[in-house]
Design a protein around this ligand. Structure first.
Ligand code: GDP
Ligand code: IMO
Ligand code: MG
Length: 430
């Protein structure tokens, strides 16, 4: 049964949007299953660059239906503004093309205020969140005080529910964080307006997808964030509050197991991270600047959502092997290989060393990576520009060796190599 899942294998920003855009050509439905507008997925189509935060990247293909699952946290303000931007770019965003799960939780202005207050209170120990209200919204969900999109369908109940929600969060803002409270009337008025506009899009997407699968339609599940930001399996506590890993696709879309065909692990050719937390292969100085770029190119390593410079380092195969296991990855999509062109040598982290011991797998997952020193293997670099490569044979022999070595050390085939941000800048390996 054809359910393909795209997951990030690192700390996000691996190029998932770009890979989803390629695969969406063959999909009928493209569905986001986790996270919210903390995500920033970039898709380049000719002269246009789309930066999608909430709406699945597959919406750009006119034949697809885009779905936002119950596992996503939706900020109505951001959603409606993204719908407007896409409409202005000539993309049809009618309810036939975009469906929202009634069970998705809402991110409100109160959640945004709380995210800010909590990060300020953490001081030096801050997580470096995107300040998009993600943690507080999922906290509301888990504590069973959340507001679901379902509530938007009945204004008579929705308005008092918002009042109660804002008053509850105001208590935390004022008593725990000495922050300004919000005016419940203002929030209710704003969200009340949004409810009217969103109502036609809200439905039971679990049934829709189930029936589509039964009819042999192809579903592409688009993960946000990455394996190492997963609430359960990431570098806790420096993680997000949802489930980016592949099982999140089933929970976050209301599907049982058994439909999965391909689990595509999107992996950047080097490691990057935005926000705090451990990063064993992190680089500083010249090499870091070289991998990150200066910010002049649209693909340089500066956050799509926050604009923050990303921390960068060599590819970490200990963590990639872990991601393969946790997600059940069937194939890898390796992105940004073009960025490594021009380096004399490229390093791969194959293991860690700690107090004289060598580790090739993690004893306690990635929960505490701080005490490890990476064990590197050196691979010769290549000088050629590779953005015009379209076939395996077009890649320099050193680049091919780099890919083959990754495959060997993680035990999964690389089926797609991205050599530039444009749709056609890709080498498919069959
Ligand atoms: P996502 O969050 O995983 O979708 O990734 P982002 O969109 O946040 O970041 C990836 C960035 O790299 C975007 O600017 C993409 O356009 C760009 N990109 C993706 N693949 C490639 C590639 O193979 N080469 C280059 N140079 N840029 C790429
Ligand atoms: P995409 O989908 C990179 C990071 C934040 C922070 C941590 C928690 O574009 O790959 P949150 O706001 O979620 O509570 O922040 O997670 N983070 C991301 N980093 N890419 C993302 O999404 C991210 N979404 C959240 O920087 O470290
Ligand atoms: Mg991103």
């Amino acid at each position: 049964m054809p359910l393909d899942i795209v997951v990030g294998t690192q700390w996000g920003d691996e190029g998932k949007g770009r890979v989803v855009d390629l695969l969406a050509a063959q999909a009928d439905y493209v569905a986001r299953y986790n996270g919210g507008d903390n995500a920033g997925h970039t898709v380049n189509v000719g002269q246009q660059i789309f930066k999608l935060h909430l709406i699945p990247s597959g919406i750009i293909h006119p034949h697809t239906v885009a779905v936002i699952g119950n596992g996503v946290a939706v900020n109505p303000r951001v959603l409606l503004s993204e719908m407007e931007t896409l409409t202005e770019s000539g993309i049809d965003i009618s309810p036939k093309r975009l469906m929202l799960s009634f069970a998705a939780h809402m991110i409100t202005p109160a959640h945004l205020a709380l995210d800010q207050a909590q990060e300020t209170a953490r001081g030096k120990a801050k997580i470096g969140t995107t300040l998009r209200g993600i943690g507080p919204a999922y906290t509301s969900k888990v504590s069973r005080h959340g507001l679901r999109l379902f509530e938007m369908l009945d204004q008579a109940k929705f308005v008092p529910a918002i009042h109660a929600h804002v008053e509850e969060i105001n208590q935390q803002l004022t008593s725990l964080y000495q922050a300004e409270p919000l005016n419940p009337d203002d929030v209710a008025e704003e969200l009340g307006e949004y409810a009217v506009r969103m109502a036609p899009y809200i439905g039971d997407i679990s049934t829709t997808i189930y029936e589509a699968l039964g009819q042999g339609r192809r579903i592409l599940a688009e993960g946000a964030q990455g394996t190492l930001l997963d609430l359960d399996h990431g570098t806790y506590p420096f993680v997000t509050s949802s489930t980016p890993t592949s099982p999140g696709a089933l929970v976050g879309l209301g599907l049982g197991p058994g439909y999965e065909e391909r689990v595509i692990g999107v992996t950047k050719s080097f490691q990057s991270r935005v926000g705090s937390g451990p990063f064993p292969t992190e680089l500083f100085g010249y090499l870091a600047d070289r991998l990150r770029g200066t910010g002049e190119q649209p693909w340089d390593e500066f956050g799509t959502t926050t604009g923050r410079p990303r921390r960068v380092g060599w590819l970490d195969l200990v963590l990639l092997r872990y991601a393969v296991r946790i997600n059940g990855i069937t194939e890898l999509a390796l992105t940004k290989l073009d960025i490594l062109s021009g380096l004399d040598r490229v390093l791969l982290c194959t293991g860690y060393r700690q107090e004289g011991h060598e580790f090739f797998n993690l004893p306690f997952g990635p929960s505490d990576l701080s005490g490890y020193e990476p064990i590197y293997e050196e691979v010769p670099g290549w000088q050629e520009e590779i953005r015009d490569a379209r076939r395996w044979e077009d890649l320099p022999v050193e680049a091919r060796s780099y890919i083959l070595r990754i495959e060997e050390l993680v035990g999964v085939q690389v089926r797609l190599v991205s050599v530039g941000p444009e749709r056609e800048q890709v080498v498919e390996i069959t």
